[in-house]
Ligand binder design. Sequence first.
Ligand SMILES: Nc1nc2c(ncn2[C@@H]2O[C@H](COP(=O)(O)OP(=O)(O)OP(=O)(O)O)[C@@H](O)[C@H]2O)c(=O)[nH]1
Ligand SMILES: [Mg+2]
Length: 357
Amino acid sequence: MSKGLPETRTDAAMSELVPEPRPKPVVPMKPVSINANLLGYIGIDTIIEQMRKKTMKTGFDFNIMVVGQSGLGKSTLVNTLFKSQVSRKSSSWNREEKIPKTVEIKAVGHVIEEGGVKMKLTVIDTPGFGDQINNENCWEPIEKYINEQYEKFLKEEVNIARKKRIPDTRVHCCLYFISPTGHSLRPLDLEFMKHLSKVVNIIPVIAKADTMTLEEKSEFKQRVRKELEVHGIEFYPQKEFDEDLEDKTENDKIRQESMPFAVVGSDKEYQVNGKRVLGRKTPWGIIEVENLHHCEFALLRDFVIRTHLQDLKEVTHNIHYETYRAKRLNDNGGLPPGEGLGSVLPPVPATPCPTAE
Ligand SMILES: Nc1nc2c(ncn2[C@@H]2O[C@H](COP(=O)(O)OP(=O)(O)OP(=O)(O)O)[C@@H](O)[C@H]2O)c(=O)[nH]1
Ligand SMILES: [Mg+2]
């Protein structure tokens, strides 16, 4: 096993002395796996520390969008999501006023710092979706917004003098709020998810889960999963993008048990057993949003922030953006379309696009 190494070294030393071309190896060269113990410590593993330092310096972007019918608690939930993540005292979310009705697609940026790492978070709040009498094609403005962000990124990418770090406004995650009816999904829900799941990572959530009994919640979750399956709607994490068995095992559990997360939101704090908790006060007690016995908010938070944040960004870049980019360039014979991109531009080097046909 250790034979390969000294030979390789000898070859290398000889090639320095004798300027003749080396004879071709009889068998095709395979990468030689160097046993670190033979040479002593090389330091390959420090790459993690180097990456950590870079991330600490630059921070990272994360853009999350919320969509759903008016009054389902979208604004409240994003406040809960990030308020539960940062020190409650220093949080810029520590405001007690009532959350106003959202009236336009609005992106609000925040910088959250934790453990020395900066997250540039943008929350894209959409006004009550499907509140019109005629809701036909009402996903269009949302799809348009998402595509505009891809277009912006593409334009920056194909610029001759491009920025060292392209500002990333692409939507990495879209929380879709399902009304806690206990019946079935509305045609509008299905239409939205069907169209948008091809352009963005959709995570369906059942809103205001405190309005359902445990049995209703469990049955409704099952029904929603079944309906999505019957209609062929893929939500995040999509099966086809699981990279290995470990991913598959972890994501199968999420797909088959957790989805859609039945959540409760609140940005009000109460004292429970001497601890301050985010909750909703009801005549029969306080619903603690981070208590897993009360709702699945903590599961959703852990999933979006603690286990899948990087993957959400990667799938956005490698799958959704790549599909958009390939289509845009294809439509224009390999050249970036539109004005303002410059007239003579080199074709953008093609990178493999898993979903492009
Ligand atoms: N019972 C219950 N009420 C909630 C929950 N989350 C929010 N609410 C309440 O629902 C109302 C609407 O909440 P918002 O967060 O403004 O809802 P929204 O979806 O952003 O509404 P629009 O901006 O109009 O689209 C508020 O009175 C909230 O306090 C929840 O999980 N359970
Ligand atoms: Mg709102």
